[in-house]
Write a protein that binds this ligand. Structure first.
Ligand SMILES: [Zn+2]
Length: 290
C-alpha cells in the first residue's frame, strides 16, 4: 500500500519532535532535536533536515504543528511568540525543501485534534484544550470539528493591566503571563530563590500553585462561555505535571465565571497522549494534504 503514512512534526519552543504517523494515529519511528532559534531560515532548514532523517517509505505528506498564527487561505505562518517565525509562506517553503505535499496547523490545535480523536477528548463533541508548556497554547473542537482559526487562547487577557507577557508578545495579563511553565519558573525564583524552577513548585506542592490554578480557571470559564465546551483537557509538560495542584482552584473559578450550568457540568481532564499529542495531531493534519 502506498501513501498510508505521513510524517508529523511538532515544533515546540524548546524542541522539535518528528515521527512517522499511520492512519490510526500510531507513531512509528521518531526523532527529536532542540529547536533552532538563531534565524527563520536556519529553523526551516532544520525542520526539513529532521523530516529527511526519517525513513520515507510510503510517506505521502508532511503535517506541521507550529506555535504560530496561521493564514490558511495563503499558507502563511504569521508569527510565533517564542520562536523566529514571521510572515513566512510556510507551506511553499517546506514543499520546496521536501518535495512532498505539506499541511500545517497551530500546534495546540494539533494537540486538540489528537486528544479529540484518540485521547482524553474522545466522546466529547465540544472540547477545549489548553497546553501549559513554554507558553500556553489552546485548541477548540466545536460541534465535532476542529476550529481552524488563530486560537491563541494563551494570549487572552485575564488580568487587565496585569503581568507583562513573554517572547514577542507585547500584551499584559495574558493567560501565558500566569499559567505557562516559564511563568512558573519565574514564580519559583521569586518564592524559592535563584535556580529554582516550576518543577520545584510542583514537587513541594507549593500553595502558590492554587493562585495559578485560579488564573487558569478564569480563562477556562471565559472560554466555556464563548465556545460551550463540555470537556476541558489540560496538556503540556507543566500542565500535566501540575494538574492535580492546579485543578481544584481552577474548578472553583470556573464555577464562578462560567454561566450555569456549564461550569458544574464541565469535565476537566488531564491530557492522555502525553508529549505525543502535538506530533499525532500534526500527522492527522498531514493526512489532509494527501
Ligand atoms: Zn501574550
Amino acid at each position: 500500500m502506498k501513501n498510508k503514512r505521513v510524517i508529523g512534526v511538532d515544533l515546540g519552543g524548546t524542541k522539535i519532535l518528528a515521527g512517522i504517523v499511520d492512519e490510526e494515529g500510531t507513531v512509528h519511528e521518531r526523532v527529536e532535536r532542540p529547536t533552532v532559534t538563531t534565524s527563520q531560515g536556519a529553523l526551516l532548514d532544520e525542520l526539513a533536515d529532521l523530516v529527511r532523517s526519517l525513513p520515507q517509505d510510503d510517506v505521502g505528506a508532511v503535517g506541521f504543528g507550529i506555535p504560530s498564527r496561521i493564514d490558511h487561505e495563503h499558507g502563511i505562518a504569521l508569527g510565533a511568540v517564542n520562536i523566529p517565525i514571521r510572515d513566512v509562506p510556510f507551506i511553499d517553503e517546506m514543499h520546496r525543501r521536501l518535495g512532498l505535499p505539506v499541511e500545517m496547523e497551530n500546534d495546540a490545535s494539533c494537540a486538540a485534534l489528537a486528544e479529540f480523536t484518540l485521547g482524553a477528548g474522545r466522546g466529547a463533541n465540544d472540547l477545549l484544550l489548553l497546553t501549559l508548556g513554554t507558553g500556553v497554547g489552546g485548541g477548540i473542537v466545536a460541534g465535532g470539528k476542529l476550529f481552524r482559526a488563530y486560537t491563541e487562547l494563551g494570549h487572552m487577557v485575564i488580568v487587565e493591566g496585569g503581568e507583562p507577557c513573554q517572547g514577542a508578545c507585547t500584551g499584559h495579563g495574558h493567560v501565558e503571563s500566569y499559567c505557562s511553565g516559564r511563568a512558573a519558573d519565574k514564580l519559583a525564583v521569586k518564592l524559592l530563590g535563584a535556580g529554582s524552577t516550576a518543577r520545584d513548585l510542583v514537587e513541594q506542592k507549593h500553595p502558590a500553585l492554587a493562585e495559578v490554578g485560579r488564573h487558569l480557571g478564569v480563562a477556562i470559564g471565559s472560554l466555556v462561555n464563548i465556545f460551550g465546551s463540555t470537556r476541558c483537557v489540560i496538556g503540556g509538560g507543566y500542565g500535566v505535571a501540575a494538574f492535580d495542584l492546579l485543578v481544584p482552584a481552577a474548578r472553583r473559578a470556573v464555577l464562578s465565571e462560567a454561566l450555569a450550568p456549564s461550569g458544574a457540568e464541565l469535565e476537566i481532564e488531564r491530557a492522555a497522549l502525553g508529549a505525543d499529542a502535538g506530533l499525532i495531531g500534526a500527522g492527522l493534519v498531514g493526512f489532509e494534504a494527501l
